[in-house]
Design a protein around this ligand. Structure first.
Ligand code: NAD
Ligand code: ZN
Length: 345
């Protein structure tokens, strides 16, 4: 697993493919990314036999039907075991391309070129690949690492503000679970991030990639410590599914989740009022907290109790226990969950 982080990396990508003696490239991307960057990347891929597969943007493409279509295309155009799949897009393109790479002919090489902030700091790192099945998210998949990941900050310039916020959720999460100084650095430089300040973004992405890589290395198959990456995700997923994944982007829901879960932490005496306020002050500028009605709270709790991460039907939470620290709990009272979702803090 190797990452290159920088700007204007197309030349490096071409060089890498040449050095590895790659000849057959199958590039998977989506309509938005191709609109901005397909012509440019194809210019750099001229020395190779290249076919392009363009997905419709969005989560609905992460399904078995699309995987089947991609297999058909690979077979029809005689792509053999020497094929290199290039994933060029956000997390949706990355998850599906990685899954195809892991399974086509029992596995072919693939490289990741993540183009959203979320994909650069999260989904392209850690080897999880997969697709949704029916209404179940990420139900089918595997662990399969790319031979190289090229993280080019330039791509972020065409993302809209909500997509940046969505990625920032995971960035802030890394700070809260592992590196308080980094959390402060992000808070103090948030404008620079939204303004695409290259220097700040490179520093931020490098830090996130190193934190995620370190956590994943300790627990590649997600049986133990890797679970700390789920801070904000227990309640966040509950909120996402309350609105059928349409109202909030994933990261926006995670920002809400981190606020409500920090409140639970404070109520349980795991963090003090001052630290709690610091977290809320930073996060509420990105997504406005909601005072959920009793009816919605009941629905959110019901969604949470069906989460596949739960153990023996107990809802599992990752909660801050101090600066740089989180721990895993399965004993949060329903009363505290309700109190936090009411949002009267
Ligand atoms: P996405 O891939 O849907 O991209 C978001 C939107 O941005 C899309 O409309 C896309 O077309 C557009 N886009 C992408 N790059 C762009 C660019 N440079 N300029 C302009 N528009 C661009 O979503 P995402 O947030 O990147 O990823 C979410 C997916 O990642 C989910 O399916 C989630 O399950 C998955 N995920 C996987 C992991 C993992 O470990 N494998 C971790 C977190 C999330
Ligand atoms: Zn997430």
């Amino acid at each position: 697993m190797e990452n290159v982080i920088g700007v204007s990396l197309f030349k490096d990508i071409r060089q890498f493919l040449k050095e590895k003696n790659k000849k057959n490239i199958f590039l998977i991307t989506d309509e938005n990314v191709s609109k901005y960057y397909l012509e440019e990347i194809l210019y750099y891929l001229v020395p190779f036999k290249t076919r392009v597969y363009i997905l419709e943007p969005g989560e609905k493409s992460k399904c078995l039907k699309v995987v089947e279509n991609i297999y058909m295309e690979l077979i029809n155009y005689n792509y053999d075991r020497s094929t290199t799949i290039i994933s060029f897009g956000g997390g949706v393109v990355g998850d599906i391309s990685g899954f195809v790479a892991a399974t086509y002919l029992r596995g072919v090489d693939y490289i990741q070129i993540p183009t959203t902030l979320l994909a650069q700091v999260d989904s392209s790192i850690g080897g999880k690949v997969g697709i949704d099945f029916g209404k179940y998210k990420n139900m089918i998949g595997s662990f399969y690492f790319p031979i190289k990941t090229f993280i080019d900050i330039d791509f972020l310039k065409t993302l809209d503000r909500r997509e940046m916020t969505s990625g920032l959720a995971e960035v802030l999460k890394y700070g809260l679970i592992k590196d308080y100084d980094f959390f402060r650095y992000i808070r103090d430089n948030i404008q620079g991030i939204y303004d695409f300040d290259e220097e700040i973004l490179i520093e931020v992405v490098e830090k996130c990639v190193s934190i995620k890589t370190e956590v994943v290395a300790m627990d590649e198959k997600d049986r133990g410590i890797r679970k700390i990456l789920n801070f904000g995700h227990t309640i966040g997923h509950g909120i996402e599914s309350l609105y059928d994944f349409s109202k909030y982007k994933h990261g926006e829901a995670i920002i809400l989740g981190m606020m409500y879960e920090s409140f639970i932490s404070k109520e349980m005496g795991l963090i003090d009022e001052e630290y709690f306020c610091e977290i809320i002050e930073t996060l509420k500028d990105l997504v406005v907290p909601v005072h959920f009605s009793n009816e919605d709270i009941t629905k959110i709790l019901s969604k949470m109790s069906h989460d596949k991460k739960n153990l023996d039907e107990r809802i599992v939470f990752v909660l801050p226990t101090g600066k740089n620290k989180v721990d895993i709990f399965d004993n949060v009272s329903k009363e505290n969950m309700r109190k936090s979702l009411k949002g009267d803090w």
